[in-house]
Design a protein around this ligand. Structure first.
Ligand code: NDP
Length: 288
């Protein structure tokens, strides 16, 4: 059978285009005296987290967003971290606050995320913003799912009426991605580790979003011909980072596919910038 290669959803290029637009938006805001600012908290010395934070700072710099970093030792007390987040809440120069996850086990992650002021929660993890997502209200939406939707939209294929399967039900990717797609009138199935016949479920999908954290778990037999496949997974193996999708095999079946790296990752960072700028615009409207 003659196989046709899928079109690549190039997250890196999409993110570059979005960042160019954001750069212009920041310049216009600065001309009005508004300088969007992001405060990032990094606890401990996990090299992956340090790399993510470094990339976020570089991205801020590239579009003119002010960013500051609080690098704290792994043994920082919960109280100290809470006080620092409260100080950022009160700082008018800061419009977005991000606490890099994971946090050390002695720190109550939920309590820290709830300490972030709702209007500065650029990660969209505060229960208020998660609840807003469920109600379909406009609010800060988690960066990775927001980027996933933009990637799907970039194909030009209408989402309404499509069958979507999301593999993964985490608070930060799977569930919000499913909600955003439901909001766009897709028929959404969420799969997880107890799902029976995962392959059969995935084969039903016109749009397949995979966020399980299992290297190459989706093979070509699990994908409907012509489907849009978005690979959120980032798995470090001997050869470097690979996604949750067997790219080589699935790209012969799918209609569109996002690569790893160069797919969802750069879009996540672009969405963080967008959320920070949107938060600055909202603050300016409130006169802060
Ligand atoms: P979590 O570990 O929090 O969630 C993984 C989900 O996948 C769970 O719901 C789990 O099911 C499900 N799952 C695991 N194994 C299977 C399986 N064999 N079959 C079906 N479902 C399965 O991960 P995250 O959501 O935080 O992240 C997912 C992936 O996305 C990771 O590789 C992460 O590195 C990557 N990621 C990438 C980002 C980017 O910007 N590129 C940003 C965020 C994450 P259950 O609930 O039953 O345990």
């Amino acid at each position: 059978m003659l196989s046709v290669a899928a079109q690549i959803i190039n997250g890196k290029m999409l993110a570059q285009a979005i960042r160019a637009e954001l750069h212009m938006q920041v310049a216009a805001l600065q001309a009005k005296g508004v300088c969007p600012g992001l405060s990032v908290f990094l606890v401990g010395d996990d090299p992956a987290s340090a790399l993510y934070v470094k990339n976020k700072h570089k991205a801020c710099e590239s579009v003119g967003v002010f960013s500051e970093e609080h690098r704290l030792p792994a043994m920082v007390s919960q109280e100290e971290l809470v006080n620092l987040v409260l100080a950022a809440n009160a700082n008018a120069k800061i419009h977005g606050i991000l606490v890099q996850l994971p946090l050390p086990s002695h720190i109550d992650k939920r309590m820290i995320l709830e300490t972030i002021a709702v209007e500065k929660d650029v990660d969209g993890f505060h229960p208020h913003n998660m609840g807003g997502l469920l109600q379909g209200n406009s609010c800060a939406v988690a960066c990775t799912p927001k980027g996933v939707v933009k990637m799907i939209e970039s194909t030009g294929v209408p989402i309404a009426g499509k069958r979507v399967v999301v593999v993964g039900r985490s608070q930060i990717v799977g569930k919000p991605a499913a909600m955003l797609l439901l909001e766009r009138h897709a028929t959404v199935t969420i799969c997880h580790s107890r799902t029976q016949d995962l392959a059969g479920q995935c084969r039903e999908a016109d749009i397949l979003v995979v966020a399980a954290g299992k290297a190459k778990m989706i093979d070509a037999t699990m994908v409907k011909p012509g489907a849009i496949v978005i690979d959120v997974g980032m798995n470090l193996v001997d050869a470097g980072f690979v996604g949750d999708v067997d790219f080589e095999a699935v790209s012969k079946i799918a209609g569109w596919i996002s690569p790893v790296p160069g797919g969802v990752g750069p879009m996540t960072i672009a969405m963080l910038l967008e959320n920070t700028i949107e938060a600055a615009v909202r603050a300016a409207k409130r006169g802060m």
